[in-house]
Design a protein around this ligand. Structure first.
Ligand SMILES: [Zn+2]
Length: 337
């Protein structure tokens, strides 16, 4: 398993360095913490190379990635989180004995060897976060710069294991026989939820309101980037339609009214079949009348996302922008702007 996963480092490291990585990984256990600055020192490579190595190891499920928050007062690393969406706005620092507000500048990225790679080995010498020294190159801000401030790339980067799960869910939803329509629908909902949950900025779950059942409710969380992109915390309501017919206009109207009553602005109809062209006209009207955007993501889009590794957030972004552009264009054509 080891050599197979490490072969993905061929493009950026010489053979002797790859062997060194192998030795470093073999000597560490699940409680060891790796960072960009530590690895670049150990391997005598640039921070940029070290960052790439760690990301490749993470994408191949050799390492798990965590976001550690540091107290801005005493610089102690307090706690780490699996996803950005889990980081609270405020946290208690036991060293300062006070609750402190967190910003993007207080986040550092750390890696631990995954259970599957280390065989679940632990050693007695527990490396705690509080003993770790971090540098600027370990920060979340550095990560952002490394991907040219492309949030979609930073926030959506499934590991090989996650892609395998997505492929299985795709096949279950679209290529398997189901006993009834409910099980067919449920399989598709599982796939959609997993897709959203692969994004570091989203939490997706089923939502039952008093009047409606929403197949998938997604809470988005861009708090740590608000000075870079124009996005606040927002919700996306998702309807999943695994039917063999084109999703009808009724579904779009129903989703529109759910969005209006919940003061949300973004909705997605995920469907097996593509919505008809007419949907684009309705979508423009929704946007012009209430700034609500409803997009359609169909089976072919999902195929591209899972099997051709198209960025899911990019797909959503492009479709949202398309509706806005079409609406702006119609106003222009009518001579209203
Ligand atoms: Zn402190």
């Amino acid at each position: 398993m080891c050599s197979f996963q490490l072969s993905s480092l061929d493009d950026i490291l010489a053979q002797d360095k790859i062997q060194q990585v192998e030795r470093i990984l073999a000597s560490h256990t699940t409680n060891t913490i790796l960072t960009v600055s530590k690895l670049s020192e150990q391997l005598s490579v640039d921070d940029e190379v070290s960052d790439k190595v760690l990301e490749i190891l993470y994408n191949n499920d050799v390492l798990n990635k965590y976001y550690a928050v540091q107290c801005p007062e005493c610089e102690l690393l307090i706690q780490d989180f699996k996803a950005l969406v889990d980081i609270p706005e405020e946290i208690y620092c036991y060293n300062c004995d006070e609750t402190i507000s967190l910003s993007r500048d207080n986040i550092y990225v750390v890696y631990r060897i995954s259970d599957s790679f280390s065989g679940g080995q632990f050693n007695d010498e527990v490396m705690t976060l509080s003993k770790l020294t971090v540098r600027q190159t370990d920060s979340f801000v550095y990560k952002l710069a490394q991907c040219n401030y492309n949030f979609n790339k930073l926030l959506y980067s499934p590991t090989q294991k996650q892609f395998k799960e997505l492929e299985d869910l795709y096949n279950l939803a679209f290529n398997s026989k189901h006993a009834n329509t409910k099980s067919k629908g449920d399989a598709f909902e599982d796939l959609c939820r997993m897709l959203f949950n692969c994004c570091n900025c989203f939490k997706a779950a089923n939502l039952k309101t008093r009047t409606n059942q929403v197949d998938c409710y997604v809470r988005s969380y861009f708090r740590f980037s608000k000075d870079l992109i124009d996005a606040e915390n927002y919700s996306i309501y998702v309807e999943c339609k695994n039917e063999n017919k084109t999703p009808g206009v009724g579904y779009f109207n129903k989703l529109h009214s759910i969005l209006v009553t919940s003061s949300a602005r973004q909705g997605i109809i995920m469907s097996r079949k593509k919505a008809s062209k007419n949907y684009l006209l309705d979508a423009q009207t929704f946007y012009l009348s209430s700034k609500i955007i409803i997009i359609n993501i169909d089976k072919d889009d999902i195929y591209d996302i899972i099997f051709h590794r198209k960025n899911f957030l990019e797909v959503i972004d492009v479709k949202f922008s398309e509706i806005q552009a079409l609406a702006a264009n119609s106003l222009k054509n009518l001579g209203l702007v």
